[in-house]
Design a protein around this ligand. Structure first.
Ligand SMILES: NC(=O)c1ccc[n+]([C@@H]2O[C@H](COP(=O)([O-])OP(=O)(O)OC[C@H]3O[C@@H](n4cnc5c(N)ncnc54)[C@H](O)[C@@H]3O)[C@@H](O)[C@H]2O)c1
Length: 274
């Protein structure tokens, strides 16, 4: 398959590109760092010629220093250019990077209605990046409805790189409070190698139409307490909906990845405790 990869020079993009090449796909990279701007529809169209699918990652992230107008412009108009290009060139499959932030309950935006979190949790994003990701998912949903083109929106939490594990443990050892403050992300993370594998599987998995998938490691990031203990300690007033699975596996993630596993045929390999 020939795959247009936007954001190909980004931190995740490099892993996705390598994984695609390992799987025998041909990558057409697209990144403003190489002079290709997602805000330019003609540039997107030219790059997408001859491609069979798109993995869309080009975005501005949740950096409070960024101008919200730029975040919206790059993230939403950029996605619009990808979608309309796909329709014009009859590219039938798009894997688009959203984020857990689309839900509006990460980076301290609001307290969840219940734990563990799954895709049924209501979305209420307010900050520019989170809102751009949620509106991007909605754009994908409506676009699939109109055109029949498959759109798979991946929602990773914090993406962990191989070099991050030791660094985070060291920070927690120096200052244990850092594990929960200033914000607690429910101990959710996903290794970048698992994220890249999920993106590549999204190109060939059975057609789900439009899907939004939480990508999370199987276990929780914690220095010791179990998932249930953390939830009770940090969010004592939040409804607990977990069951026996947290007795069998006390460190089971608080973000449910079962839909991603079912839709993509995906299994994350990297755990916090290994
Ligand atoms: N890193 C995480 O923890 C995380 C978590 C959830 C979701 N995501 C999503 O994953 C995707 C990749 O994130 P990343 O961590 O690799 O970020 P990154 O900033 O390293 O990569 C984003 C890439 O997009 C490119 N880009 C930005 N503006 C562009 C434009 N106008 N035209 C073309 N390219 C442009 C950048 O040059 C960069 O290479 C993003 O969509 C992000 O929202 C990341």
């Amino acid at each position: 398959m020939q795959v247009l990869v936007t954001g190909s020079q980004g931190r995740i993009g490099r892993y996705v590109q390598a994984r695609l090449e390992e799987a025998g796909h041909t990558v057409v990279g697209f990144d403003v760092a190489a002079g290709d701007d997602i805000r330019d529809p003609a540039a997107v169209r030219a790059a997408a010629q001859g491609c069979d699918a798109v993995i869309h990652m080009a975005a501005m992230l949740a950096d409070p220093k960024d101008d919200p107008n730029d975040v919206m412009h790059v993230n939403l108009q950029g996605l619009w250019h990808v979608l309309t290009t796909a329709e014009a060139l009859d590219i039938r499959r798009i894997v688009s990077f959203s984020s857990v932030n689309a839900m509006g309950i990460f980076i301290g935006e609001s307290v969840p209605d219940f734990l563990p979190i799954d895709e049924s949790h209501p979305c209420r994003p307010g900050r520019p990046y989170a809102l751009s990701k949620y509106l991007g998912e909605e754009m994908c949903r409506l676009f699939t409805r109109r055109s029949g083109i498959t759109t798979i929106c991946l929602r990773p939490p914090w993406v962990c790189f191989p070099e991050n594990y030791a660094h985070v443990r060291q920070r927690w050892a120096e200052n244990p409070e850092r594990e929960y403050t200033p914000i607690w992300e429910y101990g959710a993370f996903c290794d970048v190698r698992d994220v890249a594998a999920a993106a590549v599987l999204g190109l060939t998995c059975p057609d789900p139409g439009h899907a939004r998938l939480l990508l999370c490691a199987d276990d929780v990031m914690t220095s010791g307490p179990s998932s249930r203990e953390l939830a009770a300690q940090i969010h004592p007033d939040v409804e607990w909906r977990g069951g026996d699975e947290y007795t069998r596996d006390p460190f089971r993630a608080l973000v449910d990845n079962s839909r991603a596993k079912a839709v993509l045929g995906w299994q994350p390999h990297y755990r916090w405790r290994e």
